[in-house]
Design a protein around this ligand. Structure first.
Ligand SMILES: C[S@@+](CC[C@H](N)C(=O)[O-])C[C@H]1O[C@@H](n2cnc3c(N)ncnc32)[C@H](O)[C@@H]1O
Length: 461
């Protein structure tokens, strides 16, 4: 494809992303599936143009408003070419030339636009901080409350692309085995700093096509997500529930830690996700996992299994602010419920799921959000209303066999800026050994699921 043809296709894809109420990665996959004639290299370039626009969204909109131009897909692509791509106005006019497969020639208004933007760059000193750091209005106050005077630095740390991390499945091999298998396929991987079974790739690579992936030796999982799973310190032989298991990213890590011994029950309100997770469990050679679809967090199954589990992991549906590097579109088009619905839902899920844990057992409450109200706020409220639980600081919760804990704090708070992982939060809550089982949580029917059904969030695997 010529550069002009790529721009034309990127404009079509961006229009489709903007028009479709589905996550951009799903729209992008469907777009390319319907256009199999586009080769891998062109796909990469086109996707990168569109993701560039989504990463620069607030700043591009700021500029377009300043020069009084509608932010339609074509204008966004044109502005991105100049402001972020460093192209001159003449170069852009040369690409939008109406030739075969190239974008239609520029209109008079668009000619005015490129002249107004010529030699400018994406950032401008007049931009408010939230625009500079691409923070949407719905998250700004919460993020400021969370980070205080580190707001701009932390939010700016979420602007780049996330790295591609893998978790090595100890049931199928060691980290060294995986490094070698990847090197044999020409892919350079280095051990992650914080996760003892993580690998970070130097760039993008088609890992899903590799034997090491197909045989279950490696899984794609952000280093932060790995750490959250390990906070459960699940031991071989334990009984564990992964309450919001989704597509099973953390379930896999937990079950592997248990060396296939004991039992992990993966529950979720979306049965389709659990069905997809089963294929991953099979590939990983893990036989100690069962799935259970529940109707809500107050499903009668929870009451029937009160106090029966050693570990309960609650990877709650959340705003996903920790995954903005991966899903830049989710800043501007949050498709799931907003914070107003999420906060009571998270509290209700934690309250109900905590009933499953035995006295002396542990609940891990986690999110892929960086916002205090979804994290510490939920944990503090839970502890205040559940005196039979106490916080276990990270260094005590971290599996001893795995050496140094990732942080020395009471709760695990990871941010792209400080840890170069996705933003994740986890707190470990231990139930007093002498706590009576009947105490934990309310019974079914006490909490109403928000209108429109239970919430979902799209986390990284
Ligand atoms: C953050 S995602 C889980 C990601 C998953 N643990 C992983 O690592 O791949 C949150 C999950 O909570 C589920 N969920 C939403 N509402 C729920 C509820 N009321 N009870 C249990 N799970 C719920 C969603 O369907 C979603 O799969």
């Amino acid at each position: 494809m010529t550069p002009a043809a790529r721009l034309a296709t990127a404009t079509d894809l961006l229009a489709e992303v903007m028009d479709t109420p589905r996550p951009a990665d799903a729209v992008t996959s469907a777009f390319f599936r319907a256009r199999r004639y586009i080769g891998a290299k062109d796909r990469g370039e086109i996707a990168s143009l569109v993701y560039g626009v989504m990463r620069h969204w607030a700043r591009l909109h700021w500029w377009l408003e300043r020069v009084n131009h509608m932010p339609d897909p074509r204008a966004l692509v044109i502005a991105d070419c100049i402001l972020a791509g460093g192209r001159t106005a003449d170069a852009v006019a040369g690409l939008f030339n109406g030739a075969k497969f190239a974008p239609a020639p520029l209109s008079d208004r668009e000619r005015k636009l490129i002249r107004a933007l010529d030699t400018r760059t994406l950032n401008h000193p007049d931009q408010p901080e939230a625009v500079q750091a691409e923070v949407p209005e719905w998250a700004e106050a919460s993020m400021r409350a969370t980070f205080g005077d580190r707001f701009l630095a932390e939010a700016s740390g979420m602007l780049g692309e996330a790295p591609l991390d893998l978790r090595v499945n100890p049931v199928k091999g060691t980290r060294e085995d995986a490094i070698k298998a990847l090197a044999d396929a020409g892919i350079k991987a280095t051990p992650t700093d914080l996760s003892p079974v993580g690998l970070r790739l130097a760039g993008r690579a088609p890992v899903m096509a590799l034997d090491a992936y197909k045989s279950g030796m490696i899984e794609i999982q952000d280093e932060g997500s790995q750490l959250v799973a390990f906070m459960a310190d699940a031991q071989p032989g334990m009984q564990v529930v992964d309450f919001c298991a989704g597509a099973g990213g953390k379930t896999l890590a937990i079950a592997a830690m248990m060396e296939n011994k004991g039992r992990v029950v993966a529950t979720d309100v979306l049965e389709g996700r659990l069905t997809r997770a089963k294929e991953r469990f099979r590939r990983a050679g893990l036989h100690n996992i069962e799935t259970r679809a529940i109707k809500t967090e107050r499903d009668p199954w929870v009451k029937r299994h009160k106090g029966k589990f050693d570990r309960v992991v609650v990877d709650a549906p959340c705003s996903g602010t920790g995954t903005w590097r991966r899903n830049p579109d989710s800043r501007w088009r949050p498709l799931g419920p907003g914070l107003v619905e999420l906060l009571p839902l998270q509290a209700s899920i934690l309250d109900s799921a905590a009933r499953l844990v035995r006295p002396g057992g542990r609940v891990v409450y986690a999110t892929c959000s960086v916002l205090r109200e979804e994290n510490e706020g939920q944990v503090e409220a839970f502890l205040a209303s559940h005196p039979d639980f106490a916080l276990v600081p990270v260094p005590s919760a971290w599996p001893a066999a795995w050496g140094k804990p990732p942080v020395g704090t009471d709760m695990l708070r990871l941010t792209p800026l400080r840890h170069d992982t996705d933003g994740f939060f986890a707190a470990v809550l231990e139930r007093r050994a002498d706590a009576p089982v009947a105490e934990a949580g309310a019974d079914e029917g006490e909490v109403v699921v928000p209108e429109g059904g239970p919430a979902t969030a799209q986390p990284p695997a």
